[in-house]
Design a protein around this ligand. Structure first.
Ligand code: ATP
Ligand code: MG
Ligand code: MG
Length: 406
């Protein structure tokens, strides 16, 4: 009698294991930069274990991850070995070995978002082809293979012409503008020539850049964050204002296009959709990131559920949280390296010192081992009762003489 009850009890234990906490699944993250670091911070609050794979021993996420495997996310053997230690695999950078992820997925790896999504996104030309097939509005684009096709594109699209690398692009590092046909050759050379895989985009005459973070759960539930305005300095995201100051109609159009773009991709997680707003009220897609994004840093302090928590909820299969703003206004300021080395640290420290005395300001420092010009070293989010007040607060820590708080 007791034997039977014991086997029944064991069966019930194996089929209905109780979760102690939010999730016992170990999340593996390819990449351990600042996005990985902030994912680990959110995971820590929920006691979700996060392992990271990153080649740098002292990468930003290293000290706060559960386990750091040192290695490249482009090394097939390392990715395979790493995947064995994780229940779910996700990314904080899209420039990873998609072939290996696809292979492992076929063997049962739970990759969120799906490897197919990462494959599409990591090649910006393929990404554009994908979105145009899915009827998402975007600037005209064409692949270029030689001088002749580049000139033809210039004649068709006009100048200035945006030339982009298909792969490994970030922070505008794969973009060069040719103002005239004369500048075509030098622009193409600056990107390493045609062998590197280039394409061109028609210049988007935008009046503003907007972004929307869209979250999708494992059950296909969708949740959109408020539309934000992103301000770039030399192609690098510099300031984010939440919410964007646009009409309800524009906000709805941006949200609709962003969710349609994400609906065309597979897998769970948060996705960032970068958009152009043109003078005549059109919204064009710039690009999508299949992961938390710089335009969503502000959500840590300004929204009920941060994009990092939302990403974890989405991939492990928890209900999505509330993406709404819990404050009237927020602004995120990226601390970009002003200079290489010590001089850069001195300048960053001056801003941080003043921000420490600014009401509503939260400082994030990524602990990157080296200071480099234009590198994202940290960020500051300021929240407040109105965008005017938030802007004044940001101004006060950017200026030498801090102005009076309004
Ligand atoms: P990220 O760090 O966001 O991944 P990236 O290196 O992939 O950046 P893009 O997003 O392609 O670069 O472009 C960076 C910036 O360059 C855009 O945010 C925008 O300001 C400008 N830009 C890009 N494409 C165009 C275009 N077709 N017309 C005008 N400006 C553009
Ligand atoms: Mg990009
Ligand atoms: Mg971009």
């Amino acid at each position: 009698k007791s034997d039977v009850s014991l086997s029944q009890r064991n069966a019930s234990i194996t089929t209905t294991t109780t979760t102690h906490g939010l999730s016992e699944t170990v999340v593996g993250v390819l990449g351990g930069g600042q996005l990985g670091r902030m994912l680990c911070q959110a995971a820590s609050q929920m006691s979700i274990k996060v392992n990271i794979l990153d080649p740098l021993t002292n990468c930003p996420a290293s000290s706060i991850s559960t386990h750091h495997m040192v290695g490249s996310y482009n090394d097939s053997a390392k990715v395979e070995e790493f995947a064995k230690s994780c229940g779910i695999l996700t990314v904080e950078i899209e420039h990873v070995d998609a072939d290996t992820l696809e292979k492992l997925e076929k063997q049962g790896l739970d990759c969120q978002p799906k490897a197919s999504t990462i494959r599409i996104i990591q090649d910006k030309y393929l990404q554009k082809v994908h979105f145009s097939r899915n009827n998402i509005p975007l600037p005209k684009f064409v692949q270029i293979n030689d001088q002749e096709s580049a000139e033809r594109a210039g004649q068709e699209f006009g100048y200035p012409l945006m030339i982009k690398s298909r792969r490994l692009a970030y922070d505008g590092r794969g973009n060069v503008v040719a103002k005239t046909e004369k500048e075509l050759t030098s622009a193409i050379n600056a990107l390493g020539g045609f062998d590197h895989g280039l394409y061109v985009e028609q210049w988007a005459p935008f009046v503003k850049e907007l972004a929307v973070i869209v979250a999708r759960g494992r059950d296909n539930s969708i949740s959109c964050y408020p539309v934000v305005e992103t301000v770039h300095r030399e192609n690098i995201c510099h300031i984010v204002k939440a919410p964007a100051n646009e009409s309800w109609k524009i906000m709805k159009l941006a949200t609709d296009i962003a969710s349609r773009a994400v609906a065309s991709l597979e897998g769970a997680g948060v996705f960032a959709v970068e958009l152009f707003l043109t003078e005549d009220g059109q919204i064009l897609l710039n690009e999508v990131a299949p992961r938390p994004h710089n335009s969503g840093h502000h959500t840590i302090e300004s929204c009920y559920t941060s994009q990092y928590e939302q990403h974890l909820r989405a991939i492990v299969g928890l209900p999505l949280g509330n993406p709404s703003l819990k404050v009237p206004a927020a602004m995120m300021y990226n601390i970009l390296g002003e200079d290489d080395g010590e001089a850069g640290f001195i300048l960053a420290n001056q801003i941080i010192k003043r921000a420490l005395c600014t009401p509503g300001a939260a400082i994030h420092w990524y602990d990157k081992p080296d200071m480099r010009k234009q590198r994202k070293m940290g960020h500051i989010t300021v929240v407040g009762p109105s965008m005017g007040i938030v802007e004044a607060r940001v101004k006060s820590f950017l200026e030498e003489e801090s102005s009076e708080e309004t």
